[in-house]
Design a protein around this ligand. Structure first.
Ligand code: CIR
Length: 340
């Protein structure tokens, strides 16, 4: 590996910030688990269209390779060291945004978590991944009331069951080429699975890009209900699992874009009028620091005027703050749609 391994056309943040001096300082370093600079930047090297191009192989990566992670994080999140990331998962009580269901089709909030003492998914061995899966399954078995559900192991599922869960959007697939080059797909589908509550309003993806992706969702605009369910689950899981967290960077994730709250909170919202007034919608999203994605996720098209609108900021803001801001932004968007 050398600096020249980056293709000329690469525009990633990792290429931008990996100067010759930093490369020299880091090229022979490794974390206690043996994660190296070459592994951290492989996805960016192999995918010139990467926006970021770097992944962490364990919690220590953020420290060992801080000369590179810090400027990438500072540019992406606008948050630099010296500040402290704070959490707040206290209960919320906001009235439903769209009780008649005229605009909002569904609400979904997810957070990512990794466990202390285990390498992150791009650098974990199969036996350790198994150990981790078992630990997570045990913690999930202690969930109570509406959070109770079943764990579906990908290894043990037949094709019919996979198709059934795929149809309901309850399953995750093998990672994309960015994750593949990072090493996240190793041994797929080994030790992967999804937990789904009996009422289908709560899910946990196990061993995807992070050890856990914890998801609360429902086909309403009741953000408080979705958020409070997620917080209850987090409190319960935190009793059995110790999450990797840093004072400055909050919850530590494989991809540095997700650190901090690691939260993506959003809705599917149908905006037939605003679809014709894209600048107005874009400006409202800018004002409330929200992000627009396609109907079926990142880099997909808008179908039937259904937009995926979610928070842009994850680091340097609390969970509570993200939801309050999303709520205010959606109120303004719905008002604008009604006025058109
Ligand atoms: C990139 O650098 O473009 C990819 N590694 C993906 C970055 C976005 N992160 C993510 O979806 N977790």
């Amino acid at each position: 590996m050398s600096l020249s391994a980056f293709p000329q056309e690469s525009g990633s943040l990792v290429k931008k910030h990996l100067s010759r001096e930093i490369y020299k300082a880091l090229e022979h370093k490794q974390t206690c688990s043996g994660f190296t600079l070459a592994k951290a930047i492989n996805s960016g090297v192999k995918n010139p269209d990467s926006a970021i191009g770097i992944y962490a192989g364990d919690a220590q990566s953020y420290d060992t390779f801080s000369q590179l992670f810090d400027p990438v994080i500072s540019e992406y999140h606008g948050f630099s060291k010296g500040k402290k990331h704070k959490s707040d998962i206290t209960k919320l009580d906001l009235p439903s945004l769209d009780p008649e269901g005229k605009f909002i089709r569904s609400t979904r909030i997810r957070v990512a978590r990794n466990l202390n003492g285990f390498c992150f998914p791009c650098h974990i061995s199969l036996p350790r991944r198994k150990e981790l899966e078992n630990k997570i399954i045990t913690a999930l078995s202690f969930l109570k009331k509406d959070l109770k559900g079943n764990y579906f192991s990908f290894e043990q599922m037949d094709k019919k069951k996979i198709q059934q869960l795929e149809k309901k959007n309850l399953i995750f697939k093998k990672g994309d080429r960015f994750q593949d080059a990072a090493g996240i797909n190793s041994d797929f589908p080994g030790c992967r699975g999804v937990f789904c509550s009996f009422n289908k309003k709560f899910m946990v993806w196990v061993n995807e890009e992070d050890h856990l992706r914890i998801i609360s969702l429902e086909k309403t605009s009741d953000i408080s209900s979705v958020y409070n369910r997620l917080c209850r689950a987090l409190m319960s899981l935190n009793r059995g699992l110790e999450f990797a967290r840093d004072e400055t960077y909050g919850y530590l994730t494989s991809c540095p874009t997700n650190i901090g709250t690691s939260m993506r909170a959003g809705v599917h919202i149908q905006l037939e009028k605003l679809e014709q007034e894209k600048d107005l919608l874009g400006n409202l999203c800018l004002e409330y620091n929200l992000q627009i994605r396609g109907t079926l996720g990142e880099k997909t098209k808008i179908k039937n005027a259904v937009f995926d609108i979610s928070n842009r900021q994850r680091l340097g803001v609390t969970e509570h703050g993200i939801i309050s801001n999303l709520y205010q932004g959606l109120m303004a968007i719905i008002k604008a749609e009604k006025n058109l």
